[in-house]
Design a protein around this ligand. Structure first.
Ligand code: SER
Length: 322
């Protein structure tokens, strides 16, 4: 394996764990982490790190040349809830960064590109149950508009210029190492931290809001698996539906209560409810399973055990106990 990988947005929720896993597979020096600012120290020290603004094409090209980068994972993006507050800024970041990377691939500076899409490409006119790979995509959020447009750009660069770009429509991703920022599905991460630290959580979505979700380990495995799959297995160049589980805030709370019986959840839906209501509830990811062998490992039960085992009480909590 002679690949050298650049990760843009390496300090984010997915970027952090993706960098760690790719360094294990390809070697620390072969994986260049980059972000607009520095992130966790231990992780920066485990291999090369560069400050890059993903909207600066020259800066990306400079690092690509410096390390002879062959693959780029573009993980920098503004998520759904934040993007609604600054729509044009979100559009600029999410689109420009993608077009820069696709252009670099078109001009043969890099060989392969990974770019994440999202369940946010779907809107209220899409089927909500078993949402198929190909269906109506009329998103109501600026994040969704940027993702559906990005998918078409990926497909266009592949068909027109032969760019090897691969993409997944992530559901909500749940992790304990790095928290997400600005997403509508973030409640499903916050709830575990609050359950462990305070024994109570006020949820910004209503109790019956069913959304597709996935544990981080599965998301990372899917990402690396699609990137390592033989070219001929990648039959969809917009973005693949990807699924593992779906649950509501009420159901996840009940699962947590199995381990923390005194855990209390209350509901105070805000503007994010409308976003969640426009998204699918259960995704059909048959093509990903058939084309390149996708298989998830974590369900709600297993994920809850992992999350609660790994989240440590904060220092404040420790002090209270002592
Ligand atoms: N998790 C993302 C969000 O909530 C969806 O891709 O914005």
């Amino acid at each position: 394996m002679n690949d050298t990988i650049l990760i843009l947005g390496a300090c984010g929720q997915i970027g952090t764990e993706l960098t760690q896993k790719l360094r294990k597979i390809y070697g620390d020096q072969q994986v260049i982490a980059s972000d607009i600012r520095e992130g966790q120290k231990e992780f920066l020290n485990s291999g090369p790190f560069e400050i890059i603004n993903a909207m600066d094409k020259d800066a990306i090209l400079e690092v690509v040349k410096k390390y002879k980068v062959t693959q780029v994972y573009l993980m920098a993006a503004m998520l759904s809830a934040t993007a609604e507050k600054v729509p044009l800024k979100a559009w600029d970041l999410n689109m420009q960064s993608l077009l820069h990377v696709l252009e670099l691939a078109k001009d043969m500076h890099i060989k392969k590109v990974y770019w994440p899409s999202s369940i946010a490409v779907f809107g209220s006119t899409s089927p909500k149950i078993n949402t198929p790979q190909q269906t109506i995509t009329e998103p109501s959020t600026v994040y969704g508009i940027s993702k559906v447009s990005g998918e078409h750009w990926c497909n266009y660069y592949h068909n027109k210029y032969g760019v090897d770009v691969r993409s997944l429509r992530y559901p909500g991703i749940i992790s304990w190492k790095t928290k997400p920022g600005g997403g509508t599905t973030d409640y499903a991460v916050d709830i575990y931290f609050k359950a462990k630290e305070e024994g109570a959580y006020e949820c910004f979505l209503g109790e019956d809001t069913n959304l597709p979700m996935m544990y981080m380990e599965d998301a990372i495995n899917a990402t690396i698996q699609i990137m390592q799959a033989p070219q001929e297995n990648i039959k969809i160049r917009t973005s693949y539906n990807l699924a593992a589980m779906s649950f509501t805030p009420k159901v996840i709370a009940e699962e947590i209560q199995k381990y923390i019986p005194e855990f209390k959840i209350t509901y105070a839906p805000d503007f994010r409810q409308e976003i969640a209501d426009s998204w699918p509830q259960i995704i059909d990811d048959t093509p990903a399973r058939e084309d390149w062998g996708w298989k998830h490992a974590f369900d709600l039960e297993l994920m809850t055990k992992e999350m609660l085992r790994n989240i440590q009480p904060t220092t404040n909590e420790l002090l209270k106990v002592l």
